[in-house]
Design a protein around this ligand. Structure first.
Ligand code: FAD
Length: 475
């Protein structure tokens, strides 16, 4: 298998690219204004906005593999107008400021769409919104209603999250036994590898240099050192590495103190017939989640497949998972879940299965910051909601680097001290490993109990209490 063929096996999305090629690596020392490490969404959006705002700036991206090799070329394709745990950043704001922040977040899919149209990027973008559905057991409806009440208390209205009864839900999505759903318009469906490679091409048209097959081994203080020994001298470094930041030890701070890699895993079915889709719906690009603590996410792809993922693993010591393949049991788990939701899928083939690394911060919310002392700007820790957030990150980091005061740089998630002042440090192992394992195990245990439909009140209460306790401890 050639290197290029190997890259195409990393996800359905990468396998669908017909014009994928590998760019040359950096084979000499170099000198730029901004050196970006990593050609995923964070790096590319940052480069894009930097060059749009300041065309004379010299910007280079160095990428260990190819653009989109990381989470950006493997995700579920939900481009959301939200940040993970955004309300924890917003709770102390005055109502008008809170409203401004929410408006900025909700506009993310529209801004991405504007660029996609302007740059002519064919990435199957559809602004269809997202559906959180209760369908597998009755308690899901109560959880969803409790969530809706929580959202109302925080000031969200029907324009942000609308309750759909069973009939209204059925008009959007043909899940067996759906008893209700929450619908939010603030999300678009995309084919992520098409967006990330389209953005890379757009950046190059603006004059950004992209070097692939060029892993960095060290960064900070006006320098990036590559594995081949060459150096880039620069004014600013943008380590746009999310989960992969833990693999570079020589840096101004310890990456894993603030963000740790976790894995998520996805399957995709073969393209399904129009007759099946007539029953299953999702005609307008809506993405969907089965509302439970096992965190699922799905979409109907432009070529009429189901693409469906669920929470994965955390490896001891914040290790990265380098092998994208899933085990039989990981595939079966997702397949069975999908088939419970859509019994029509009996006999349908799963053609692709893959996983990837994303990063979570200790408070499950991203941080965006600029550190003048060591000359870097970074955004990471998106907690599984990075596809849209990276667009906001690109606009924010570019403004901070250019010294522009903008609505984006005024947001409460922006840390101007550059010292992770808004963030909490991860504890040392084995606490993160034990915590994550316990949270995953208890949510699976609870889900099993509830799906079995047994009136085992004591065990349910036990599972719920342990989950809440763990969640509170980790918050
Ligand atoms: C399976 C899965 C499903 C997901 N689903 C969704 C979703 O539906 N919606 C959503 O909002 N978010 C989702 N996410 C999260 C989202 O994809 C990420 O948060 C986002 O793509 C992060 O982008 P990034 O550019 O910061 O990092 P990445 O895309 O991971 O990019 C980092 C880049 O750095 C490169 N790199 C690594 N080491 C080096 C080095 N030493 N030198 C140079 N380059 C290096 C990597 O090859 C990679 O290209 C999902 C993630 C996964 C894994």
């Amino acid at each position: 298998m050639t290197k290029l063929e190997g890259y195409k096996t990393q996800s359905l999305w990468l396998s669908q690219l017909t014009d994928l090629s590998i760019r040359p690596s950096l084979t000499a020392n170099h000198d730029v204004d901004v050196a970006i490490i990593g050609a995923g969404f964070t790096g590319l959006w940052t480069a894009y906005y930097l060059k749009k705002k300041s065309p004379e700036l010299r910007v280079a991206i160095i990428e260990a593999d190819i653009a989109g090799y990381g989470a950006s070329g493997r995700n579920g394709g939900w481009l959301i107008g939200e940040l993970s745990e955004q309300d924890s950043y917003l709770e102390d704001l005055w109502p008008p400021d809170k409203e401004r922040a929410r408006t900025l977040l909700h506009a993310i899919p529209h801004e991405a769409q504007r660029v996609i149209q302007e740059e002519n990027i064919a990435c199957d973008f559809k602004l269809g919104g997202m559906l959180y559905v209760a369908a597998r057991y009755p308690e899901q409806k109560h959880f969803l209603q409790a969530y809706e009440r929580e959202l109302r208390q925080k000031g969200y209205t029907d324009a942000d999250f609308k309750w759909l009864d069973a009939q209204q839900t059925g008009e959007k999505i043909g899940m067996a036994n759906a008893s209700g759903a929450l619908y939010s318009p603030h999300c678009a469906r995309i084919q992520p590898a098409k967006l990330v490679t389209g953005l890379a091409a757009a950046c190059e048209r603006l004059g950004v240099e992209i070097f692939e097959q060029s892993p960095a081994t060290e960064w900070g203080d006006g320098n990036v050192v590559l594995a081949n020994g060459h150096r880039i001298a620069c004014q600013w470094v943008v380590p746009a590495l999310e989960a992969y930041g833990v693999s570079i030890e020589k840096a101004p701070f310890s990456w894993m103190r603030y963000q740790r890699p976790v894995q998520s895993a996805i399957i995709a079915t073969e393209p399904l017939s129009e007759a099946l889709w007539q029953e299953m719906g999702l005609h307008h690009g809506e993405v969907f989640s089965d509302f439970s603590r096992i965190v699922t996410y799905g979409q109907r792809s432009a070529d009429n497949r189901f693409v469906f993922g669920a929470r994965g693993s955390y490896l001891f010591g914040a290790a990265l998972k380098h092998d994208a393949r899933l085990s039989e049991s990981e595939i079966a788990f997702r397949r069975n879940l999908l088939q419970t939701l859509f019994p029509q899928l009996e006999g349908v083939k799963v053609t692709h299965a893959w996983g990837g690394n994303l990063a979570i911060s200790r408070k499950f919310r991203p941080h965006m910051l600029l550190n003048r002392e060591h000359g870097f700007a970074l955004s990471a820790g998106y907690g599984g909601e990075g596809v849209g957030a990276t667009n906001l990150a690109g606009r924010t980091l570019s403004d901070m680097i250019l010294g522009v005061d903008s609505p984006e740089t005024q947001m409460p998630w922006v840390d101007h001290s550059g010292t992770f002042a808004n963030s909490k440090r991860w504890e040392r192992e084995p606490l993160p490993w034990l915590g994550y394992r316990a949270l995953t195990s208890i949510s699976l245990y609870e889900d099993k109990l509830l799906s079995a439909g047994k009136a085992d009140t004591a065990r349910r209460k036990f599972a719920d209490t342990v989950y809440r306790l763990l969640e509170r401890k980790m918050a």
